[in-house]
Each structure stands twice: as structure tokens, then as C-alpha cells.
Ligand binder design. Structure first.
Ligand code: AMP
Ligand code: GLY
Length: 448
């Protein structure tokens, strides 16, 4: 059973469907793409308004009734709310960190203290629980003696904020406004009560997703096995301009994540993270995501996510040679360290199609025109996100838009250039009113 409803979950379901070791997949709740995958059935057990605990109890009853062998959790919210603890207490197999481990994503202040405690190389930061002290620190940052222009300040809300919790401010006034909106005005509800002020890092971002198997049930200290590097493109517009989004597309591997940088990541970030997970005694059998900033060959950690990334997963799973279901069982039974994780040569480019207006206001319910013949010619994969299938199966594919990020197409090529060409050719076969995308996913661009 795969929990979640995005492009990441559709990609996991597609990859699991390839495995001869998988007989049946339940998508809870899935989307208009997962319902069309072989072996897959969407299950909607709950109204969207139900409390998270009720949803989790319903999922447990369903998993028991259907004898589900393994559950994989896509998004962070159920992990933070303790789904792994509940499933394991009910004797069910599930992949993810326990709720203590999930705090590595759910609380940026906690993640920062963990990085410091275990010597994980990261951006310098300070945590604040009072608005007055935070404003004073902002003032001090922008008025440091020396006369040179101070660098921007990164302001992060402690809690989960669906991509809205990070503001980069170049001026004292803007930084103070951001601090007040988080801490005093409650712009993010409870998520902004505690604040992290962080040094601004220059460089190129890389996402390293990894399989983790560590904790009390895993022998010999467990293991973290990283996937090849990927790059998300978070800003809405070409050249990395415009507002932050959930991710406009991904590419893998990342040409500028050099062997030297990978070694540095292994030593300065991955190894101490595994040590910390063991020392804290988390039951962490699932996935972890390292958001890195790379400068030359030196890596610093910006953040942990305790799950696979979206849209990185849509680029990485089509590149994975190994059986994803077997990887999942190796994580679960503690044999991950010996798992021969293998990757195809070549590259995958995975642009995301979004609704007009996204990440601001956008329309839902527009029909999606899908030219199956033209799409099939490109060899690309279609992963639905905010796309629902109309009941009754109207003419064509019957898909309608149902969210801001509507779908991802993932195309494989011998190199990044070929992958890009195929991906953008595949996008031409699909359209809906107001459809938009970034044209530069996977193109090399340098931040100023
Ligand atoms: P998030 O929404 O938490 O994934 O973070 C949003 C984005 O803010 C990251 O992907 C980075 O581009 C940027 N960011 C976060 N922390 C820093 C930092 N210390 N220096 C520079 N950019 C950062
Ligand atoms: N692509 C970033 C994330 O999944 O949060």
C-alpha cells in the first residue's frame, strides 16, 4: 500500500508494478494516474476533512483486512503525526521513520540541534522562541560593524509549512516583516511560533535521496544507501526566478555533483547522520532526503526530509535498475547494507506541468487532452499529481485537473540533453487550458 496522492506516489506505484515480487498495490488515496496502473487499485477510506488519527486508524484496519504486506508512506504529514508508530504497534510492516525520527523534518529547530550534536556540516543558525530576541538578532545581522553590505538572511519557520516556511531577506525591513508575520501574526499557524535564522549559503543545490535502515531492530549500526544525485527546480520561472513552488521539475543525475563532492557528502553529512540516528535510537527504516548546498566540492546540509522528494522521485525511479520492492524489503529486514542498488547509465528529465496561476490561485476541473499515440512515440512516462479521473470513463483518458501541480512527464535519454528533448516532446502530447511549465528543467544554469 502506498500512502499519498502525488506524482511521487504514482512513480512509486509504477515502479512497484514492474516487480515480479509485487502482486497487488493499493494507492491510498492515489490519483487519476495510479488508478490506471497495472496491479493498482485506489482506495479512498475517508473524507478529506477527517482527522489525521482517524485516517491512520482506518488505514490500519484496511491493511489488516486486505493482508497488506508492506506500506510505504509518501508525504511528511502522516509521518510527523505518528503513522509509523501506529502501524508498527499494530504489527504491520511500514517504511518511514518513527515519529521521533520524523522530527528531523517536522521541526527545523530540532533538525538543527541534531546536526550540531552529531557534527553534521550545515549552515550556521540560531533558534528563537521569542519575537523580540529574533528581531534583535535581525537588527544585529544587518548592522554588523565593518561597513560592507551584509549578506541576506534566511528565515525559517520551525514547523511543516508546505514550502511556505522559508523566506530569504536581503534587507533589515524585509527580514523583520517576515519574522513578525511568522511569529506574531501566525501567518503559518503554529508552524511559525519557533523560528530559525540561518546564514545564507551560495552555491548549487543537490537533492540526495537515500534508503535508510537503522535503529533497535537493525544489527551492526544499519546503513544509509544514497541514490544518485538529483536536482529539483523550485522557483516558478526559467533561470530560477519567481516564487517558490512545490517543485517545477527534476533531473537526475546531476553533472556538477562531482566525485569529490560526493565523497565530502559521505563523510561530512551522511556518516554523522547515521551515527545520530543510531545514538538517538530512532526506529528509522524508510527514506531520507538530504537537501545540500554545494560550493566547489564542499557540501553543507540545508535540510532533512524524512521521505522521498517530489519531483525528484519521478526522475530517479525510472533511472533505478534495481527492483524497488526488493529495496523496500531490504530496508525493512535490516539487510540494506548488502543490497546491490544499481542505476541505469544515462539521465532522466522530468518537467512538471502546472495549472495557470500556480503557485497562486488556479482553476481546477479542466479536461486534460492526451494524445496517447504521440505520447507513446516519445517513450516517456506520465505521472499524475493533481489530476483526477472522471467516474464513468468519458471519451479520451477522462483526466481532469485537480491541483496546482498537475502531472510530471519523465523521459530517459543516453544523456541529459536527449532526456530533455524527449521530455519536452512528450509534454506536447498533453494539454489543458492554462497549462504551464518551465522550459529549462535539466538545463545547466548558474545562480548569480
Ligand atoms: P524548503 O522550502 O524548506 O525546501 O527551502 C526552500 C529553499 O530555500 C531551498 O530549496 C533553498 O533554495 C533555499 N534555502 C534554504 N536555506 C538556505 C540557506 N541557508 N542559504 C541559501 N538558500 C537557502
Ligand atoms: N523536492 C523537494 C521536496 O520534496 O520537498
Amino acid at each position: 500500500m502506498v500512502i499519498g496522492s502525488g506524482g511521487r506516489e504514482h512513480a512509486m506505484i509504477w515502479k512497484l508494478g514492474q516487480s515480479k515480487n509485487v502482486g497487488k498495490i493499493y494507492a491510498a488515496p492515489g490519483n487519476g494516474g495510479s488508478s490506471g496502473e497495472k496491479k493498482c487499485e485506489n482506495v479512498d477510506l475517508f473524507g478529506r476533512e477527517s482527522a489525521e488519527e482517524e485516517i491512520q486508524e482506518a488505514l490500519i484496519r484496511y491493511a489488516i483486512k486486505e493482508s497488506v504486506d508492506l506500506t510505504i508512506v509518501g508525504p511528511e504529514a502522516p509521518l510527523a503525526a505518528g503513522i509509523v508508530d501506529r502501524f508498527r504497534a499494530a504489527g504491520l510492516n511500514i517504511l518511514g521513520p518513527d515519529s521521533r525520527g520524523a522530527a528531523l523534518e517536522a521541526s527545523k529547530a530540532y533538525a538543527k540541534s541534531f546536526m550540531e550534536k552529531y557534527g553534521v556540516r550545515a549552515a550556521k543558525s540560531l533558534t528563537f522562541t521569542g519575537c523580540g530576541e529574533a528581531l534583535e538578532a535581525v537588527r544585529a545581522h544587518f548592522n554588523a560593524p565593518g561597513g560592507t553590505k551584509p549578506p541576506p538572511l534566511v528565515i525559517k519557520a520551525d514547523g511543516l509549512a508546505a514550502g511556505k516556511g522559508v523566506i530569504i531577506s536581503a534587507s533589515e525591513a524585509a527580514a523583520k516583516k517576515a519574522v513578525r508575520s511568522f511569529m506574531e501574526d501566525g501567518a503559518l499557524g503554529g508552524a511559525g511560533k519557533v523560528l530559525v535564522l540561518e546564514e545564507f549559503l551560495e552555491g548549487r543545490e543537490v537533492s540526495v535521496l537515500a534508503a535508510v535502515s537503522a535503529g533497535p531492530s537493525v544489527k551492526k549500526g544499519g546503513a544509509i544507501i544514497p541514490f544518485v544525485g538529483a536536482r529539483d527546480h523550485k522557483r516558478r520561472f526559467e533561470g530560477d526566478e519567481g516564487p517558490n513552488t512545490g517543485g517545477m521539475g527534476a533531473v537526475a543525475p546531476v553533472p556538477d555533483f562531482s566525485a569529490a563532492a560526493q565523497n565530502d557528502f559521505y563523510e561530512a553529512i551522511l556518516t554523522p547522520t547515521l551515527r545520530g540516528i543510531n545514538a538517538e535510537g530512532f526506529d528509522y527504516r524508510g527514506f531520507i532526503f538530504f537537501g545540500l548546498m554545494i560550493h566547489g566540492s564542499e557540501c553543507k546540509l540545508l535540510e532533512y526530509n524524512v521521505r522521498l522528494g517530489d519531483p525528484e522521485t519521478q526522475a530517479l525511479l525510472p533511472l533505478m535498475e534495481s527492483d524497488f520492492a526488493l529495496l523496500c524489503t531490504a530496508i525493512l529486514d535490516g539487510s540494506l547494507e548488502r543490497f546491490p542498488l544499481a542505476w541505469k547509465p544515462g539521465a532522466v528529465c522530468a518537467p512538471v506541468a502546472v495549472a495557470g496561476g500556480y503557485p497562486g490561485e488556479y482553476r481546477k476541473g479542466d479536461p486534460i487532452a492526451f494524445n496517447e499515440t504521440a505520447f507513446a512515440k516519445t517513450g516517456a512516462l506520465f505521472f499524475a499529481a493533481g489530476a483526477a479521473r472522471s467516474p464513468g470513463g468519458a471519451a479520451g483518458s477522462g483526466l481532469r485537473t485537480a491541483g496546482g501541480r498537475v502531472f510530471t512527464v519523465s523521459a530517459y535519454g543516453a544523456g541529459a540533453a536527449e532526456a530533455r528533448e524527449k521530455a519536452y516532446a512528450a509534454l506536447k502530447a498533453i494539454s489543458f487550458d492554462g497549462m504551464a511549465c518551465r522550459r529549462d528543467i535539466g538545463a545547466v544554469f548558474l545562480k548569480p
